[in-house]
Design a protein around this ligand. Structure first.
Ligand SMILES: [Ca+2]
Ligand SMILES: [Ca+2]
Length: 89
C-alpha cells in the first residue's frame, strides 16, 4: 500500500514538471513570435536587418545601436535585436 502511494506521488510530480516545461516552451514561443513581429515592423525595407535609420523608430535603440551590433556590419540581425529586448526589460 505504501508503495502505491509513493508511486502516485512520483507520477504527480512528474506530471507537474512536464506541465511546467510545456509552459516554458509556450512562453519562449510567444517571445519568439513577438520578437519576429517587432522585428518585421522595424525592418521597413524587409532585408532581414535593422539599419541605423530603421532603428530610429524605436526609442533608445539608436543610442545602443553600436553596442548591439556585435558583428560590426552596421545593422542589427534578429539575435542582436534580441539582446536589446532583453536588456530593456
Ligand atoms: Ca532593414
Ligand atoms: Ca550586426
Amino acid at each position: 500500500m505504501k508503495k502505491l502511494i509513493t508511486l502516485s506521488i512520483a507520477a504527480t510530480l512528474s506530471f507537474v514538471s512536464v506541465a511546467d516545461e510545456k509552459k516554458d516552451v509556450e512562453k519562449v514561443e510567444v517571445e519568439v513570435a513577438k520578437i519576429s513581429t517587432d522585428f518585421k515592423a522595424i525592418d521597413k525595407d524587409a532585408d532581414g536587418f535593422i539599419s541605423m535609420d530603421e532603428s530610429k523608430a524605436v526609442p533608445h535603440l539608436t543610442d545602443v545601436f553600436k553596442k548591439l551590433d556585435t558583428n560590426l556590419d552596421e545593422k542589427l540581425n534578429r539575435d542582436e535585436y534580441k539582446v536589446f529586448l532583453k536588456a530593456s526589460k
